[in-house]
Design a protein around this ligand. Structure first.
Ligand SMILES: [Zn+2]
Length: 272
């Protein structure tokens, strides 16, 4: 259990979106072989869509695609926080599902955030308390989302690709062009919760947690210079720019997340 919980907490990544949208010539799109979404009749819902996860899909981007709250998709498919999905995974999507912040998702999220508490009982108690009082949940949510601290640019800002929809996909961060080996600085102080290259597509990736709910991610690194568990200060050099993973050239893929939700980093950064 501990291992699973730990894995979960580290791999908020999975939800990370990717960088390369335009296909690299010669690159084989194996996912094209996966069937497109098909309508299926189930006993409960007449119109459930089946969608097979493709490379760089995230629950968030799929939710956007179908205009369905990704947390509802997670619930429908029994996917726990941090909502990791894998390529080829079959997802049932109820298109008629309303976009709501259902209490279960809140509960899951709370659970993830209260995991710091050493006492499981205590954590559960906290969750219960928060979930039962909707007003309170809303209040806490608002609080969590209104992170007032500013971030700093991890490298000199030459944004080559913006945050947001790119064709049919979401680009969950921004790309900042830089020479191979350029030092990457922590955008704010925090704890390194991930420093690895297991996530295909991102190459060497670092994720830092700032406070309770804010995360920054740095992908395609040539080298990661900090390890998981390290405490970093704003401006510390944490990695060097590279093009590991699926990247057409050296650049930094930079993401900011509120919990598992990608947000536009520009809103957190000083003007260029
Ligand atoms: Zn990118």
């Amino acid at each position: 259990m501990v291992v699973i919980a730990r894995l979960c907490s580290l791999i908020i990544l999975l939800a990370l979106g990717a960088c390369v949208t335009t296909p690299v010539p010669g690159y084989k799109h194996t996912y094209k072989q996966t069937p497109k979404h098909t309508y299926q009749k189930s006993s409960r819902q007449k119109k459930a869509v089946i969608r097979y996860v493709r490379p760089h899909d995230t629950l968030y981007s799929i939710g956007n695609m179908f205009d369905v709250d990704y947390k509802l998709i997670a619930k429908r498919n029994h996917i726990p926080y941090p909502y990791n999905v894998y390529v080829g995974q079959r997802l049932y999507i109820n298109r008629t599902a309303p976009k709501t912040d259902d209490p279960t998702a809140v509960k899951i999220r709370r659970l993830a955030f209260t995991k710091k508490s050493t006492s499981k009982k205590h954590a559960r108690k906290q969750v219960k308390k928060k979930v039962t009082t909707h007003k309170k949940v809303a209040h806490h949510k608002k609080k969590a989302h209104s992170y007032s601290g500013k971030l700093r640019w991890p490298i000199k800002p030459v944004v080559t690709s913006k945050f947001g929809r790119r064709g049919s996909r979401m680009h969950d961060g921004i790309d900042i062009g830089a020479k191979e080996g350029t030092p990457i600085h922590a955008a704010a102080g925090g704890e390194v919760v991930y420093s690895d290259s297991r996530l295909s597509g991102y190459g060497k990736l670092i994720i830092i947690r700032h406070g309770k709910n804010l995360f920054t991610a740095y992908g395609h690194n040539q080298r990661n210079l900090v390890k998981k568990g390290a405490k970093v200060k704003a401006g510390d050099v944490i990695a060097r720019v590279g093009h590991t993973g699926r990247a057409t050239g050296p650049h930094l893929h930079f993401e900011v997340r509120q919990g598992s939700t990608p947000v536009n980093p520009i809103a957190y950064l000083p003007r260029r």
